[in-house]
Design a protein around this ligand. Structure first.
Ligand SMILES: [Zn+2]
Length: 669
């Protein structure tokens, strides 16, 4: 036990927390009703966090804020007296989130954040002026004086999307940057330098300034809180891992804030695209892997902002929380309390039945890393990416989209949030964020990559470790045909047609690969619509380091959902990981899998979620584990012991009758 152990921990390994808006707690009447709700749902209310403000605008005069925190203090006492083990305050605004209600909220009495285009935020502050810091310290002292068990710092701790796109280019921040860079820049000069291919030092120094700015702000917040009461537990909420402009320096930020609670971020607000819940869960898994060890309470945020009943079903709610817990989080912060109770009660009613199953999973999987393929991402992606002539650093660029490999999860390949997984996925230009040593280490193991990643590796002098070079880029009228290589199994000879021109610029969607070493295996070749061969587009190669590398040159991240492509990629993943992929399902069914596994494979936990609209009648699940028995769980059914049928690679289990968007959990060892 470290002395950072949050005092909110009890015997339950799972924390279910409720975030409560000001309208629910400010008046006696509203709070009385809320307490009635929490009494009724007591088994799923471990923790309550009161929002300190009702707008995303930072500034509230302290003379208005002081009496509100006095009310909050009484509410927190009442919550604790009702037996809720932990009651605290969620500080929504430290910098401010967006421009909101600016026409009547009091204007910021200090420097507002300035965008790269000179735009001025109306609701969010530059975090670097002494006036802003004095206000923030005073605000947090008032929050701490309300005697909360914990204080959350929300995810406005970022340097982008504050009513301006990219900040902060105010005189104070430009002055700080002049010291850091050793020469002064005007805003216009700096923005121009960002797009200079040779100005990598400027870009990296700017990201480092963003990191240092937020680190120092968080240190001020921690000092202000602990000056009032050193026992108050602190938590920090993060934006999704793709937000690399702000630096995503989790280790430094959580440490500066002395945080022991975390809420990894990401967006999944409605179930219009239900599979997107998997993408958010993976992002949460990535972030969880980046937290310092002192952070032990990691809560998923369930949200349907702005809180309307028909935007997200109870089934989606339960499934997305289950996925997040599967990826290694150990709590859920429910952000769904609409003003009208009828807008959330049916969803809330689904939670008590899920709790025992979630609790079993969290207890059993505690400390076990996720297993499978690790889609590579880096907090240094913005800092380290290259700029080619004509590219704009601050414009979005699809080659840096780290979310593309999540499609592998959709076809059932287990993906890992933890870096020490059994293989790496490299997409687009993400490899630019890594050092040569890091890339060489990856290439000495199993790597699945696209041909754009191949081009990055070639430029870095590492192309020989892939066995191929990028010979030609075709961008229209192409299909791929699977070769007779054994990795294609029964799919040999099949055609896959992704109709590559339909989805925007098709560059990188039909790349011809040419072997540069002996022993390169051709897994697929391009053909035009008259079935004329156009060259190799997918290869497998075992390099001099013993690494197994598969390069995909044809529509690498879309339309992998056919029977043949899924089979090929299952075989490829097994081959490049040398049989370490932890789970494989025979039938082509939409089962998402998340696996947690000990190094010796004796202990594990496997989630299989039916992400389809049809019942899955039967699924033959091969588990590459040492355990031979397990316990099968699902909501609403008694837990039962199951035996795995021994086979060469581990054990096999047949699952039956999994309803649409239902799941099974298997606890092993
Ligand atoms: Zn500034």
């Amino acid at each position: 036990m470290t002395n950072n152990q949050p005092k909110t921990r009890t015997t339950s390994p799972l924390t279910l927390s409720w975030r409560v808006g000001v309208p629910h707690w400010e008046t006696d009447e509203a709070f009385g009703r809320l307490m009635g709700l929490f009494r009724e749902y007591r088994p799923v209310v471990d923790e309550v966090a009161l929002f300190e403000t009702n707008t995303h605008h930072l500034y509230i005069p302290l003379e208005d804020f002081t009496p509100r925190m006095e009310v909050a203090a009484r509410r927190l006492d009442a919550l604790r007296q009702a037996g809720i083990r932990s009651a605290g305050i969620n500080v929504l605004c430290t910098i401010g989130h967006i421009n909101e209600a600016w026409s009547y909220m009091p204007p910021l009495p200090f420097q507002a954040m300035v965008g790269h285009d000179g735009a001025l935020s109306t609701g969010c502050a530059c975090p670097n002026t002494p006036e802003m810091r004095a206000y923030v310290r005073a605000k947090y002292r008032l929050v701490a004086a309300a005697r909360p068990d914990f204080i959350w710092v929300d995810d406005d701790i970022r340097m982008h999307w504050h009513g301006i796109l990219w900040g902060c280019f105010c005189p104070t921040c430009l002055g700080l940057f002049a010291q850091r860079a050793g020469k002064p820049y005007s805003r216009e000069e700096l923005v121009q330098a960002f797009d200079d291919p040779g100005a990598e030092n400027v870009r990296e120094a700017w990201i480092d300034q963003n990191i240092a700015t937020l680190e120092s702000l968080l240190a001020d917040v921690a000092a202000a809180i602990h000056e009032v009461d050193p026992e108050i537990v602190i938590g920090k909420m993060s934006c999704g891992p793709g937000m690399a402009y702000s630096g995503q320096a989790f280790e430094r930020w959580y440490t500066a804030l002395r945080a022991t609670k975390a809420r990894p971020g990401g967006g999944f607000y409605s179930d219009e695209m239900p599979k997107w819940m998997y993408g958010k869960a993976l992002e949460c898994g990535w972030q969880r892997d980046s937290l310092p060890p002192a952070v032990t309470d990691v809560q998923y945020e369930l949200e349907n902002f702005p809180y309307q009943r028909l935007k997200k079903s109870a089934t989606a709610l339960v499934d997305e929380c289950t996925l997040a817990l599967a990826f290694g989080l150990n709590g859920v912060a429910f952000n769904m309390l609409a003003l009208d109770y009828e807008d959330f009660l049916p969803q809330m009613e689904s939670i008590p039945a899920a709790r025992p199953v979630w609790e079993r999973w969290v207890a059993h999987a505690d400390g076990l890393p996720t297993a499978g393929l690790w889609p590579a991402w880096s907090s240094r992606l913005m800092a380290k990416r290259t700029i080619r002539t004509g590219e704009r650093w601050l414009e979005s660029n699809r080659h840096y989209d780290i979310s593309l490999p999540k499609v592998l999860g959709e076809i059932g390949l287990p993906l890992a949030g933890d870096r020490n997984a059994c293989g790496v996925v490299l997409c687009g230009r993400v490899a630019e964020a890594f050092t040569d040593d890091e890339l060489t280490r990856m290439l000495s193991g199993g790597v699945l990559m696209d041909s754009t990643a191949l081009a990055v590796l070639e430029a870095r002098g590492l192309g020989h470790l892939t066995g191929v070079r990028l010979a030609k880029r075709l961008d229209n009228g192409m299909m791929e045909r699977f070769s007779a290589d054994p990795l294609n199994g029964a799919a040999a000879g099949q055609l896959r047609d992704a109709r590559i021109e339909f989805w925007g610029d098709a560059t990188g969607m039909a790349d011809v690969l040419e072997p540069v070493a002996s022993g390169v295996r051709t897994l697929a070749t391009l053909e035009d619509y008259f079935y004329r061969p156009q060259g190799t587009c997918m290869t497998a190669f075992e390099n001099e380091l013993g690494g197994r590398v598969v390069v995909m040159g044809y529509a690498p991240w879309i339309f992998l959902h056919s029977v043949g492509k899924r089979l090929q990629l299952q075989n490829v993943a097994d081959w490049l990981s040398r049989g370490a992929m932890p789970v494989r399902v025979d039938e082509t069914v939409p089962l998402l899998s998340v696996v947690r596994l000990s190094a010796d494979r004796q202990r594990g936990a496997v989630l299989l979620l039916n992400a389809g609209m049809d019942e899955i009648r039967e699924a033959t699940v091969h588990l590459r584990v040492a355990a031979r028995r397990g316990r099968l769980l699902t909501i609403g059914q008694p837990e039962r012991e199951v035996a795995l049928q021994p086979e060469g690679t581990g054990g096999c289990l047949t699952l039956r009758d999994i309803p649409p968007w239902g799941f099974r959990m298997l606890l092993l060892g």
